[in-house]
Write a protein that binds this ligand. Structure first.
Ligand SMILES: [Ca+2]
Ligand SMILES: [Ca+2]
Length: 433
């Protein structure tokens, strides 16, 4: 991936986009470069080397271009499933003991939680439609009333009624999950957060790795959806992004996409990222140090940290794996947003972390163990609950009635990306928040 210089002479977004396309064309003209793909809304271009091209040579040539700020390999990381986990055990996530330890039953009975107009972006291996998660699937109101074969809501994917898949540049809506990982984290998330919508984006290849360039496309797709939801009357200010994967290699490109998702547009962004299952000083993106990341490890029934430990890790969640822990924490974040939609990423982080149950100082999770009931109590004490304590409402949401009427085809406040093809929207064209 290469990062292009900001075109200084550009006077508006449209011209800026044209300039970036011109730079991209110059990159593509270089020997050894086969294909480039400007990620919409960013200055990041994914470069594919020609067959037989020398990677080091191509990188050197790219670095010499005036318009290129930096070059990095498109690294791949793996999901944080537990080492001994089988599909069968993963299917049980999140387990009863975990929900009990989090005091979630108390939350369900004391508060009216869940709101189908609140969503969590699930960047994983997809999610198979199942009885457990079906009622909580995203049903894209920018597409379901549109035309077949058309990207009606301009988010880069044609007919993405339920989800998106950016593997191998397919940009399609098929989120079927071959690995079982995404289905398990989706179940953990939806079980934790009844009535909160799951927005699945498939970023895991058949080789069971997450390329950073694909994760970036998922962030953009979800970001566009959060912007559209906000533009059409939704109350959710902070988009929640669940990332149950990571690795030892850092990425400037992914960091930039995560920061931009927070800085641009009318919605902000909180990433809930798994800290890894084994000791490691770096587990990116959880260890990125970005202000809008909540890094999560896992503890057993006796509060012993069984996942990664380190000063950069924020919270521990009772769970079988770091993947499940991140999914559960993202679910709790969704629940909090469902009763207090105005929460910013800072306030959400604080509501989760500052109410945590203490763990021994040596545990390696800075704030302790997540305590969902204490997080709710903290917000109630601060007068932040838009929906105060009341009878639980567990009725399943009717997808076509969640956002009614369906959205018009042009996302409010956006414009098509120049050269992006097919009416694709540029969320970067939303003004900075
Ligand atoms: Ca679409
Ligand atoms: Ca369509």
């Amino acid at each position: 991936m290469i990062h292009l210089e900001e075109p200084g002479a550009a006077v508006d977004d449209k011209e800026r986009e044209i300039t970036l396309r011109e730079v991209e064309a110059r990159v593509e003209a270089l020997d050894g470069i086969d294909l480039t793909h400007l990620l919409p809304g960013t200055r990041i271009t994914v470069v594919t080397l020609a067959a037989g091209a020398d990677a080091n040579e191509a990188v050197s040539r790219l670095r010499l271009l005036d318009d290129v700020e930096w070059v990095e390999a498109d690294a791949e990381v793996t999901p944080d499933r537990s080492a001994g986990a089988t599909r069968r055990t993963l299917d049980g996530a999140a387990s009863d003991w975990s929900l009990q330890r989090l005091r979630l039953p108390e939350v369900y009975s004391a508060y009216t939680v869940g709101d189908c107009r609140v969503a969590v972006c699930h960047i994983d291996s997809g999610a198979n439609l199942s009885d457990a998660t079906r009622d909580q699937y995203f049903y894209n109101p920018g597409e379901y009333a549109g035309a077949l074969g058309i990207d009606d809501d301009g988010n880069g994917v044609v007919d993405d009624f339920f989800g998106a898949n950016f593997i191998a540049g397919n940009n399609n809506s098929m989120t079927s999950d071959l690995s079982g990982h995404g289905t398990a984290t989706a179940r953990a998330l939806t079980r934790t957060a009844p009535r909160v919508t799951l927005m699945p984006c498939k970023a895991l290849t058949e080789a069971a790795v997450v390329p950073f360039s694909v994760a970036i496309q998922c962030i953009e797709w979800c970001k566009t959806n959060f912007e559209n939801m906000r533009a059409h009357g939704g109350g959710q200010v902070t988009g929640i992004y669940a990332a149950s994967w990571g690795g030892s290699v850092s990425s400037l490109a992914l960091s930039e996409a995560m920061s931009a998702a927070d800085a641009l547009g009318a919605t902000r962004a909180l990433f809930v990222a798994s800290a890894g299952n084994v000791p490691a000083e770096t587990h990116f993106p959880a260890s990125s140090g970005l202000a809008n990341v909540l890094s999560v490890t896992h503890v057993d029934r006796r509060d012993r940290v069984t996942g990664n430990a380190g000063r950069w890790i924020d919270l521990a969640v009772p769970a079988e794996s770091s993947s499940e822990a991140a999914a559960v924490a993202a679910g709790v974040a969704g629940l909090l947003v469902s009763v207090a939609p105005n929460l910013t990423p800072e306030e959400l982080r604080s509501a989760l972390a500052r109410a945590a149950a203490p763990l021994p100082r040596t545990s390696g999770a800075s704030f302790g163990r997540l305590d969902a009931a204490a997080s709710f109590e903290r917000l109630r004490g601060q007068g932040r609950l838009a929906r105060p304590a009341g009878a639980p409402d567990r009725q399943p949401c009717v997808p076509s009635e969640v956002w009614a009427p369906a959205w018009p085809s042009l996302p409010a406040g956006s414009r098509p990306c120049v050269g992006g093809g097919g009416g694709r929207a540029c969320w970067a064209s939303f003004p900075a928040s």
